[in-house]
Design a protein around this ligand. Sequence first.
Ligand SMILES: [Zn+2]
Length: 352
Amino acid sequence: MFEKSTWIRLPRNVVVGHDVIEDVGAVVADTHLSGRPLIVTSPTPKAVAADPIVDLLEADGLDPAVTTIERANFAAVESVLEDARRADASYLMGVGGGKAIDIAKMAADEMGVGFISVPTAASHDGIVSGRGSVPEGDTRHSVAADPPIAVIADTGIIADAPWELTTAGCADIISNYTAVKDWRLANRLKNVEYSEYAGALSQMTAEMLVDNAASIKPGLEESAWVVVKALVSSGVAMSIAGSSRPASGAEHLFSHQLDRIAPGAALHGHQVGVGAIITEYLHSGESGAWRSVRDALASIEAPTSAAELGVDPDDVVTALTTAHEIRDRYTILGSGISDAAAVEAATKTGVI
Ligand SMILES: [Zn+2]
């Protein structure tokens, strides 16, 4: 008997382009969301995007409530839930960089209501996926929620975001190369289900970004366009797979571990990029593949070493040797690599 089944959840509307924030009313109407939205934002994005959105929605006869969060942590999710109850909100809109969007996504999942993502920076692929996580003590609380019902990515606003946020988004996408290699490895060694389609889409997304690296320059709205489209495509790959596997392998475990060892040292995308240089070396040794990863990162001005990340070399080694403990996800790190192997990989690749 045929017993396979799969659910693929995708965003219904993905609107990308110059001044598309002005379409917010039309996007809300098209999703058939009704009632009162609660806008979850943080201080800078509030001024550049959330305040204009409030005016636009009010002009359409809606009565949005707004809550501003300062930090991405579990307490912020709780306070958003409280604000949503008080405002009698029927759906949430996350307006900001990764922080506000992750918090809004997790709160919406908890409430079982719809969620619209309005990224003001292209800093990581969480802006289009259902995946989100916030630090909780010395660990991270992760959710695998539904992807946003709609994504509104205004390239004019995103192009004005600090450049390092864009290079972090690029590095997060470049890490798809090693994430897919880890996924295939887990399929061969542990029989983890692999989707050819999601794997190919994720890899192609990274290739397209690298091919367009020359057009990714500070202040160019075209850059925001290229990066947002790649983040969307990466998010779709995760939706098809029903897991973050297409975009998250050992390089992500390494980054999550760095977050615990050296909290706040560097941006997520920058950490996974450096992690990908090392895990590519672990996958293919001296073949030169790790150099392609490093050169791709360097060409978009993303960090390629511990020094550029602002992380102590010892912390890199510790993160590498302990990253496999974070979660039950089989990667090239297997059941842990030795200290000597970690030092050798990080040294040979110039990371330390
Ligand atoms: Zn990532």
